[in-house]
Design a protein around this ligand. Structure first.
Ligand code: KIV
Ligand code: ZN
Length: 522
């Protein structure tokens, strides 16, 4: 293949560090499958030393990923490294990703180490990784605020100890494109040609994608980022933007990626659905308005010749022309082929359940749009056995009557029924669920409702967050009835709370602190 840039996706690790974006193990698997199908080169699945649950979830990612490399992050400590290897050793293509900070400010205040001690850690850590795995990435955290001479020394040493990829993180999103070019070029020239140089840019100044492209111009051949640009603070470089910039301006760069760009929109929707982090309407590549032409003069030009105002086609990233697709007379075959046009490779065994959901939706809604089909697939993807399951919710309300709801919730192996009144039917339903699940102390801290298609029979998508015992958990659900969607989202959040509670318990009992406790700022 011609000169290409490897795409290293860290949605499951750095992306998960976005406030409120904690994912369950099964949600991570759904995203990992998508990334693998989309042909990203490397999937960073997590930080196994954080907790036994995290280690297990990385192992599960390794089980489902069929072709991409799977990386696990670790510090240069022996315990971390061995856990990372334990987590990825059975992957089809395992990688260990080891890091330590190299900037004076991090070495002095966080690590409390001298330059010599940090070099010693690199020698120890990278050599041990290399004894375990022949695919080793080394990252110099806060590289862009490090002394360039020392940074180069650190990278040359890591390459001598066997690192096959050297990553130059702009950890705090501080660098300007021209500066990042110089740093990257210096490293490219200092290490052997067979070592891949990688860019990892945070978006604090809105420069993550620009910096990544600048690094490519300087010789970097791996770019790290997240779908929708999610990640710690202002996020990481948006994978979809990097991929489409290289594709659209191939005339200038002569460089491609291996990513199937037609799956970018699906990946974006999946990540947004799972994390509850909305994609802004005017977001490049995957925002709802990214290909919408409003001004008359633009529309006129477009009708005559698309290229007048269009540098990419919407279908290149997965938007489809057909908005109205199916209805209650459509059969299983039509549904399957529409799923495949939308980029979903649906297993024959999953079709009956998907078709049942589709038919149930047709009973409530005359016209089924692509957006509805995305929602069906996304809702069906989560096969985890939840602790709470909403069996039924009945409610009444009106202009002159008090809102009242009765909720039936399956809690593990018993069923609980409770009723409540409230300020509107959503409030009544949530109060009834709280009673049924003994979750009275739970506070609703965020509630968002959006119609996923047009029309008064549109499905409503509810995203909400609850807070309980200091843990913030999110939930979401879609239904043509917004009260039922709200009740489903609340129950989803309760399940998410249980997951996080267990994770917090594991982390507290884990022998080593997690990334955030360590104050690494990654
Ligand atoms: O931003 C950062 O420095 C990181 C490294 C751990 C790669 O995420
Ligand atoms: Zn990072």
């Amino acid at each position: 293949m011609e000169d290409y840039v490897r795409i290293f996706d860290t949605t499951l690790r750095d992306g998960e560090q976005s406030p409120g974006a904690t994912m369950t193990a099964s949600e991570k698997l759904r995203i990992a499958r998508k990334l693998d199908r989309m042909n990203v080169d490397v999937i960073e699945a997590g930080f196994p030393a954080a907790s036994p649950g995290e280690l297990k979830s990385v192992q599960q990612v390794c089980e489902v990923v069929q072709q991409a490399q799977v990386a696990a992050l670790c510090r240069t400590r022996e315990g971390d490294i061995r856990k990372s290897w334990e987590a990825v050793k059975d992957a089809v293509n395992p990688r260990i990703h080891v890091f330590i900070a190299t900037s004076d400010i991090h070495m002095e205040h966080k690590l409390c180490m001298t330059r010599e001690q940090v070099l010693e850690q690199i020698r120890f850590g990278v050599s041990l990784c290399r004894e375990l795995c022949d695919n080793v990435e080394f990252s110099a955290e806060d590289a862009t605020r490090s002394d360039l001479g020392f940074l180069t020394e650190a990278f040359v040493l890591a390459a001598e100890c066997g690192a096959t990829t050297l990553n130059v993180p702009d950890t705090v999103g501080y660098t300007m494109p021209a500066e990042y070019f110089t740093i990257t070029k210096t490293i490219v020239q200092a290490v052997p040609d067979n070592v891949i140089i990688s860019a990892h840019c945070h978006n604090d100044l809105g420069l993550a994608v620009a910096n990544s492209l600048s690094a490519i111009a300087a010789g970097a051949r791996q770019v790290e980022g997240c779908i929708n640009g999610i990640g710690e603070r202002a996020g990481n470089a948006a994978i979809e933007e990097v991929v489409m910039a290289l594709r659209t301006r191939h005339d200038l760069t002569g460089i491609r990626t291996r990513v199937d760009n037609t799956q970018l929109l699906n990946a974006s929707r999946l990540v947004s659905e799972i994390t509850g982090l909305d994609v802004q309407r005017n977001k490049a590549i995957v925002g709802r308005n990214a290909f919408a032409h409003e001004a008359g003069i633009h529309q006129h030009g477009m009708l005559k010749q698309r290229e007048t105002y269009e540098i990419m086609h919407p279908e290149d990233v997965g938007f489809s022309d057909t908005s109205l697709v199916l209805g209650k007379h459509s059969g299983k075959h039509a549904l399957k082929s529409r799923f495949s046009e939308l980029g979903y490779d649906v297993d024959e065994a999953d079709m009956p359940a998907l078709f049942d959901r589709f038919k149930a939706l047709c009973d409530r809604k005359k016209e089924i749009y692509d957006e509805d089909l995305h929602a069906i697939i996304e809702a069906a993807g989560d096969n985890a056995e939840p602790w709470y399951r909403l069996e039924q919710v009945e409610f009444s309300s009106g202009t002159n009557v008090e809102s009242r709801a009765v909720a039936t919730v399956r809690c593990g192996d018993r069923t609980a029924v409770a009723d409540a009144t409230g300020d509107g039917p959503v409030n009544a339903a949530i109060e009834a669920i709280k009673k049924a699940t003994a979750a009275e102390g739970t506070e609703l801290v965020d509630y968002r409702l959006a119609a996923i298609t047009g029309g008064s029979d549109a499905q409503g998508r509810v995203h909400l967050r609850i807070e309980r015992e200091g843990i913030v958990a999110r939930g979401n659900d879609t239904h043509t009835d917004v009260v039922i969607a709200s009740a489903g989202a609340f129950v989803d959040a309760l399940n998410n709370f249980i997951f996080q509670q267990e994770r917090a318990r594991q982390r507290a009992g884990a022998p080593e602190p997690n990334l955030r406790d360590a104050g690494t700022g990654v």
